[in-house]
Design a protein around this ligand. Structure first.
Ligand code: AVJ
Length: 324
């Protein structure tokens, strides 16, 4: 079958509007103020993230790519996957290494990409359809916090990939909930492949989230642009500063937008306004960093067995394979 790319939506019309309204209402009236990272990724945000992955300071993408290049053959042999499901697929650039090795292994029939960004899915899906004409390529717009959207009819064994360190966006409460929902959808021969960033010197971590060129700052402020467009909000982007810090208790990077002055920002669509004090910080993203021991233990509490753990030569990033 030569593929035309098929995009589906798992969520009802208006889902994302409602979710954005709820998140912003909750996030900007609470203390500390928060905005969830999924709202970074409109078309511009997805492009800025691609730019981040090429920054000299942002090692995770290159480190993970290196591990995948080295281990893709082993992954194909260990899983024999007929379907590759990718959660938070983004541009699907690293995915090609897995597709190539699974095709060479002779088992792969279907690549199913799931992401919050329809723009990213369409761009990636169309280019994969061109380059892999014999592969069934599907995309599904979904919100991983609500509905994983694993294609139920996809033939097993399925390999579910959650790459790039995105697990780190979930805190210690959200991760067990995520594992439980995932495991409930998996069959015994399905496998989970995760890429996770590891705890290391904050002198390496912080610049990865606060680069010299200011791309991450632009990415961080992009959430304010999204709110301006989607909620008619009145954020002045110059009245906020990007900050990245290492939280040693939680072992995570936190990105925050610092209000440079006391200000009132109108949010007409929500019929409210948000008050910011001078210096007040809004938490826009957490990026948890992991250790083998504790991650293995939390996976095991969720019923997953850790079968493989591979790191890059510098021990910065890990790729793991787990079985339900
Ligand atoms: C896509 C969530 C894995 O946390 O490293 C990069 C996002 N934010 N720079 C990460 C991100 C700022 C990225 N994840």
């Amino acid at each position: 079958m030569t593929g035309r790319f098929a995009l589906t939506r798992r969520l009802p019309d208006g889902y994302f509007d409602d979710a954005l309204h709820t998140d912003v209402l909750k996030g900007l009236t609470g203390r500390p103020k928060t905005l969830p990272p999924k709202w970074f990724y409109d078309a511009r945000g997805s492009e800025l993230f691609e730019e981040i992955t090429r920054l000299p300071e942002y090692y995770p993408t290159r480190a993970e790519h290196g591990i995948l290049r080295e281990r893709a053959g082993e992954i194909a042999a260990a899983t024999g996957a007929r379907t590759l499901v990718e959660l938070g697929s983004g541009s699907s650039r690293k995915t090609r290494l897995l597709l190539d090795s699974l095709l060479r292994h002779g088992t792969l029939e279907h690549y199913a990409a799931l992401d919050v960004s329809a723009d990213a899915l369409v761009a990636a899906g169309e280019s994969l359809c061109r380059d892999y004409p014999d592969l069934e390529v599907t995309g599904c717009v979904t919100d991983l916090e609500t509905d994983l959207g694993l294609p139920a009819d996809a033939r097993g064994p399925r390999l579910v990939a959650f790459l790039g360190g995105t697990l780190g966006n979930l805190d210690g409460e959200a991760r067990p909930a995520f594992y439980a929902r995932l495991r409930a959808e998996l069959a015994p021969r399905d496998r989970l492949l995760m890429g996770v960033d590891l705890v290391k010197d904050p002198a390496v971590l912080v610049p990865a989230y606060d680069d010299a060129q200011g791309v991450t700052a632009e990415f961080d402020k992009n959430v304010l642009r999204v709110l301006n467009r989607e909620l008619g909000a009145g954020f002045d982007l110059d009245a906020f500063r990007h900050r990245a810090l290492w939280n040693p208790e939680e072992e995570r990077i936190e990105m925050r937008l610092v209000s440079l002055r006391a200000q009132t920002v109108p949010l007409p669509v929500l019929e409210m306004s948000a008050e910011f004090e001078e210096g007040e910080e809004t938490l826009t993203e957490i990026a948890v960093k992991f250790r083998r021991e504790s991650l293995g233990a939390e996976l095991s509490r969720a019923g997953f067995g850790l079968s493989h753990w591979w790191t890059d030569s510098e021990g910065r990033f890990a790729l793991l394979l787990a079985e339900p």
